[in-house]
Write a protein that binds this ligand. Structure first.
Ligand SMILES: Cc1ncc(COP(=O)(O)O)c(C=O)c1O
Length: 446
C-alpha cells in the first residue's frame, strides 16, 4: 500500500501525468504578490480600468431578473446570442461571413485554455508531433504535454514565425517518418515574444501549411490590443479550411468570467462539442450571458481603446526604461500591442538561475525556460507591462538592470557555464521530458 516516495499514489497515476510537476518557480512567485516586489512576471490584464460599478449592476440583474435562465444548464456548444456577438468581434480581424464564419461553427469554451485543450483532445494521440513557436505560450505547452505529444519548436524573429524554419521543421519531422498534426501559433503580439507575424509571412506560412496539408491552430487573445492601426487580417481570414481560430474575452473584457471560443470547420466543430460535453457538459450560462449583455449594451469598443491606451503607456515606460538602464549586451523585442517584451540576456547569463537574485532585489520576471518544452530558453526572460503602473515598471527595470549588471560582473570574474543555445529546430519528446518541462504553469505565468 505504501510507496517508496512521499506520494502513496505514485503507481496509480496515468501515464500522462509523468513529467507534469508543479513549477519550481511557483514558490518564488508566491513572494511576488508582496507589495515590495515589482512583478513584471504576471500576464494579468488591468481589469481595474473596467467600469466596475456598471458591470456590477449589469451582473446583479443577470442573477435576479434573468436568474431562471442564467443559473441553469445550457447547450454544450454555447449560447447562440453569445456566438453571434463572437462573430461580430471576429469580423474586426477580417473573419466574417464572406470567409465562411458563422455562429453555427463557433464553440464557446471556458477561456482560450479549454479551447486549446479541446483541440488537443480532438487531434492528438500520444507521440503525435505538434509544431509550435519557440518560445511558445506556456499554457499551450502544458496542454500538449498532457496530451503526451512531442513538441517541435520553430523559431521566431522580429517578424514572427520564420517560414523557412517552418519548412525545415516539416522536413525534419518527415525524415523521422512522422507527420505533424498541427502548427500552434500566436500571430499577434506573441506571448511571450511580443512580436507580430508580418502580412507577407502570413501568406507564406499559409502556403507552406497548405502544401504540407498542415492544420493551423491560430491563437489570438491579443489581436484587438494593437497600438497602431487596425488589426491585421487573421490567418483564418485568409484561409477558411485549414485554420482553427481560438480566442478569448480574457484580455478584451475580463479573465474572471472564463469565456473563450473556437471557430472550426463544420465537421471539426461537431467533434469539439462532443469533447467539450464530455469534459464540462456546458459552459457557464451566467458567464456567457454576462459577456453577451456587456457586448450588446456597453461601449465595449471604447473600453478596448482605453485598455490599449493604458497598455501603450506602460509599454512605452518599459521600453524607455530598458533603453536607459539595461547594460550592454542585453536585447529585447519592441511589441506593437499586447502585454509582453522578450528580453535576451548578455552572454553567459541564465534567467532561471538569476531569478532568486532578482527576487531578492525585489523584481520578478518569468524565465525563458518556461516557454520551451525542452527546458532551453535560459538566455531569455519575459517581462509583462500590462499590470504595474509606469512608475513601478521603471522601478522594476532599475532593479532588474542592477541584478543583470551584478550578474555579468560575477560571471566575468568567476566564469560560468553558458546557458545552452537553443537550436534552430528543437524536437522534444514531451512524454520524456526532464523536470524543467511539462510543469504546470505557475500563477502569473499566463
Ligand atoms: C497566447 C494565449 N493563449 C491562451 C491564453 C488563455 O487565456 P484564457 O484566460 O482565455 O484561458 C492566454 C492567456 O494568457 C494566452 O496568452
Amino acid at each position: 500500500m505504501t510507496g517508496t516516495t512521499l506520494d502513496d499514489y505514485t503507481d496509480r497515476y496515468a501515464q500522462r501525468m509523468r513529467g507534469m510537476t508543479a513549477s519550481e518557480i511557483r514558490a518564488l512567485f508566491a513572494v511576488t504578490a508582496r507589495p515590495e516586489v515589482v512583478s513584471l512576471a504576471g500576464g494579468a490584464p488591468f481589469v481595474a480600468a473596467l467600469p466596475l460599478d456598471a458591470v456590477g449592476e449589469m451582473m446583479a440583474k443577470l442573477g435576479g431578473e434573468q436568474g431562471a435562465t442564467t443559473l441553469q444548464y445550457s447547450g454544450g456548444q454555447g449560447d447562440l446570442a453569445l456566438r453571434e456577438r463572437i462573430c461580430e468581434v471576429m469580423a474586426l480581424s477580417g473573419i466574417d461571413a464572406s470567409t465562411g464564419a458563422s455562429p453555427d461553427d463557433v464553440v464557446v469554451t471556458v477561456g482560450g485554455q479549454q479551447a486549446l485543450d479541446l483541440v488537443s483532445r480532438v487531434f492528438l494521440d500520444p507521440g503525435d508531433v505538434v509544431l509550435a513557436e519557440g518560445p511558445s505560450y506556456v499554457g499551450a505547452l502544458g496542454v500538449f504535454q498532457a496530451a503526451q505529444a512531442d513538441v517541435v519548436h520553430v523559431p521566431i524573429d522580429d517578424d514572427g514565425l520564420i517560414p523557412a524554419a517552418l519548412a525545415e521543421a516539416l522536413e525534419t519531422v518527415a525524415r523521422a517518418g512522422k507527420r505533424a498534426k498541427f502548427l500552434y501559433t500566436v500571430p499577434n503580439y506573441h506571448n511571450p515574444g511580443g512580436v507580430t507575424l508580418s502580412s507577407e509571412r502570413r501568406d507564406e506560412i499559409l502556403a507552406i501549411a497548405e502544401r504540407a496539408r498542415l492544420l493551423v491552430i491560430e491563437d489570438d487573445p491579443y489581436g484587438l490590443l494593437g497600438f497602431s492601426g487596425e488589426p491585421m487580417p487573421a490567418l483564418r481570414a485568409r484561409h477558411r479550411d485549414g485554420v482553427l481560430y481560438v480566442s478569448t474575452f480574457s484580455k478584451t473584457f475580463a479573465p474572471g468570467l472564463r469565456v473563450g471560443w473556437v471557430l472550426a470547420p463544420h465537421a471539426v466543430r461537431e467533434k469539439l462539442v462532443i469533447a467539450s460535453e464530455a469534459q464540462i457538459l456546458c459552459p457557464s450560462m451566467f458567464a456567457q450571458t454576462a459577456i453577451a449583455t456587456y457586448f450588446a449594451t456597453m461601449p465595449w469598443k471604447e473600453q478596448v481603446k482605453t485598455f490599449r491606451q493604458i497598455y501603450q503607456e506602460r509599454r512605452d515606460a518599459l521600453l524607455s526604461a530598458l533603453t536607459e538602464q539595461m547594460p550592454a549586451g542585453t536585447r529585447w523585442t519592441r511589441p506593437d500591442g499586447g502585454f509582453y517584451v522578450w528580453l535576451t540576456l548578455p552572454d553567459g547569463l541564465h534567467s532561471k538561475e538569476m531569478l532568486p537574485r532578482a527576487i531578492a532585489a525585489r523584481v520578478a520576471y518569468v524565465p525563458g525556460t518556461g516557454f520551451y518544452a525542452d527546458g532551453t530558453g535560459g538566455s531569455h526572460l519575459r517581462l509583462s507591462y500590462c499590470f504595474p503602473t509606469p512608475e513601478r515598471i521603471r522601478e522594476g527595470v532599475r532593479r532588474l538592470a542592477g541584478v543583470i549588471e551584478k550578474e555579468t560582473l560575477v560571471r566575468a570574474e568567476f566564469g560560468t557555464a553558458a546557458a545552452p543555445a537553443p537550436s534552430r529546430v528543437t524536437w522534444t519528446h514531451a512524454t520524456h521530458l526532464g523536470p524543467a518541462a511539462g510543469q504546470a504553469p505557475a500563477p502569473g505565468l499566463e
